[in-house]
Design a protein. Structure first.
Length: 452
C-alpha cells in the first residue's frame, strides 16, 4: 500500500496540535478545580473559626457584626480604596455627589497603613484650620486610627453642623503630634469659583468634581468672557481630591477636540474602557494653564494628564498625589454597598497615574511647602501686606476724565481699589498662581510676536 507521506504528516501534525490543546485544557481545568478546592477549603476554615468563636468566646457574639467585620477585613486587605459600606454609609456616599453633607471637608486615604489627608476642600472647616495634603491623622476623638477603615474614619469625622471633632495630626518636620478641634459645618457642593486676576485673565478653581461641575464651569467661562475677551485662562486644580469621572471627562472635553481623554484597564474585559473627546469641542483658542499640587488627585489628575498629553495646556505646580485607580460602586441587596478597585486610569499617551501622578511641565514649589507652621486664616489676614496707592494720598489730583457723582464715584473707586489690592496680595503670596499668570501673558505676547 502506498502511503502519502505529506498527507500522513499533516494528520500527525493535527493530531499533535489536538493533543496539545487537549492537554492545556486539562491542565487549566485541573488548576481551576484546584483553585476552587482551595477556596472551599479556606471557606471551611472560616466557618470553623466562626463556629468556635460563637461557642467559646467569653461573651455572646453578634454573628452579623462578626461577618461584617470579616468582609471589611477582606476588602481592606486588597488596597486602601476598597471598602464595605453598611446601608447608612452607602447612603452617605450617594449624598456626597448629589447634595451637601456635614463634616470637616477633607478627602482621606490610607497610605502606608496610616490615615492620610489627600486634600482639604477649599473653604471648609478643615481648610480654615490649616490642614494640608500629606498630614497624618493619628487620632480621632483620642481614638487611634491605626485599625480604622476609611469608612469608619469618615463616619467619625462627620456629624451634625456645629458639633466639634478633635483630631491629632502629624506633619513632616514636626517632633510631636498637634491636637486640633474642628467645628463641623455644611460642606457645599458648589465646586467652581471664578475671579478676574487682570482684564482678560480669569482664574477658575475647581475644588472637586460634582454632578454640576461642568455646567458651573461653562457658566463661569461665559461670565468671565462677558467682562472682556479672554486672553488666557488659569484652571486651578490644586487640592482637588477628585470626584465623578464623567465630570472630569467632560471638563477635559471642553478643550480637546478629538482623541482619547482617559482609558481604564482592569483584569476583566468589562473594565477596559476608553473615553473619547467629542468632535466640535475644543473651540477655545486662548492659552490655558493648569495649576496642580500634592493635593490634586484622581479626577483632577485625569484632567491635567489629558490636557498635558494633547498639548492643550501648560501644567504648572508640584507633583500630584497619584491616585490612578478606578473604584466601582456595587449595590448590595440589603442596601449596603461595595467600593471595589476594578481598574487603573491611563492618560491618552498610555501613562499610568497610579502611584506616580502627573509631573508638571514647570515645577513650582507649593506655597509654604517647607514650612511646618500651621496658621489659621485669621492670622493670614493679619499678616497680609498693605499697599499705598496714589489715590490714597491726601489731595491727589484726578485723572482728568469725566466722572460719576462724587459719592458714587468714591464708592466705585473704593470697591475697585479693594478688589485690585486683594488680587495683588493673592498673587504676592501664591507663587504658583503668579507664575501661571506670567506664563499666560508670556504666551500671549510670544504668539503675537511670532504671528501665531
Amino acid at each position: 500500500m502506498k502511503i502519502n507521506k505529506k498527507h500522513y504528516g499533516r494528520k500527525i501534525l493535527f493530531l499533535t496540535i489536538g493533543l496539545t490543546i487537549g492537554s492545556l485544557f486539562l491542565v487549566n481545568y485541573s488548576l481551576s478545580l484546584a483553585k476552587t478546592a482551595d477556596t472551599y477549603k479556606n471557606l471551611e476554615a472560616f466557618s470553623n473559626v466562626l463556629n468556635m468563636v460563637q461557642e467559646n468566646y467569653v461573651e455572646e457574639v453578634d454573628s452579623q457584626k462578626v461577618i461584617e467585620g470579616a468582609i471589611k477585613g477582606m476588602l481592606t486587605s486588597l488596597d486602601p480604596h476598597s471598602s464595605y459600606m453598611k446601608p447608612d454609609e452607602f447612603k452617605e456616599l450617594q449624598e456626597e455627589t448629589k447634595g451637601s453633607f456635614t463634616g470637616i471637608g477633607i478627602e482621606i486615604t490610607t497610605k502606608d497603613g496610616i490615615l492620610t489627608v489627600v486634600s482639604p476642600i477649599e473653604g471648609t472647616p478643615a481648610s480654615k484650620k490649616g490642614l494640608r495634603a500629606g498630614d497624618k491623622i493619628l487620632k480621632i476623638e483620642n481614638e487611634s486610627t491605626q485599625d480604622m477603615t476609611l469608612m469608619q474614619a469618615v463616619k467619625k469625622l462627620r456629624g451634625p453642623k456645629g458639633t466639634e471633632v478633635n483630631i491629632s495630626i502629624h506633619r513632616k518636620g514636626w517632633t510631636e503630634l498637634k491636637d486640633i478641634t474642628i467645628i463641623r459645618d455644611i460642606i457645599p457642593i458648589n465646586s467652581v469659583k471664578a475671579q478676574l486676576l487682570e482684564t482678560g485673565y480669569p482664574h477658575i478653581r475647581i475644588t472637586n468634581f460634582q454632578s454640576q461641575t461642568t455646567n458651573d464651569f461653562k457658566k463661569a467661562i461665559k461670565d468671565m468672557g462677558e467682562k472682556g475677551a479672554i486672553q488666557g485662562l488659569i484652571l486651578d486644580l490644586r487640592n482637588n481630591p477628585g470626584g465623578l469621572l464623567d465630570q472630569a471627562v467632560k471638563i477635559s472635553d471642553i478643550f480637546i477636540d478629538k482623541g482619547i481623554v482617559v482609558s481604564t484597564k482592569g483584569r476583566i474585559k468589562e473594565q477596559n474602557t476608553v473615553f473619547y473627546a467629542h468632535d466640535g469641542n475644543g473651540k477655545y483658542d486662548f492659552p490655558l494653564v493648569v495649576l496642580v499640587n500634592e493635593g490634586s488627585a484622581s479626577a483632577s489628575e485625569i484632567v491635567a494628564g489629558a490636557l498635558q498629553d494633547h498639548k492643550k495646556a501648560l501644567i504648572i505646580g508640584a507633583q500630584t498625589f497619584g491616585k490612578g485607580s478606578v473604584q466601582t460602586i456595587i449595590p448590595m441587596d440589603d442596601g449596603a454597598g461595595l467600593r471595589l478597585t476594578t481598574a487603573r486610569y491611563y492618560t491618552p499617551s498610555g501613562r499610568s497615574i497610579q502611584a506616580t501622578g502627573i509631573t508638571p511641565d514647570i515645577v513650582v514649589a507649593s506655597p509654604n511647602g517647607n514650612s511646618d507652621k500651621t496658621e489659621d486664616k485669621e492670622n493670614d489676614e493679619e499678616n497680609k501686606p498693605k499697599y499705598l496707592r496714589e489715590k490714597d494720598l491726601k489731595h491727589h489730583i484726578d485723572n482728568g476724565l469725566k466722572s460719576a457723582p462724587k459719592d458714587k464715584q468714591k464708592e466705585l473707586d473704593d470697591a475697585a481699589r479693594e478688589e485690585k489690592t486683594r488680587i495683588e496680595e493673592l498673587l504676592g503670596h501664591d507663587n504658583q498662581l503668579n507664575t501661571a499668570l506670567m506664563m499666560l501673558k508670556g504666551i500671549k505676547i510670544y504668539g503675537s510676536v511670532a504671528g501665531k
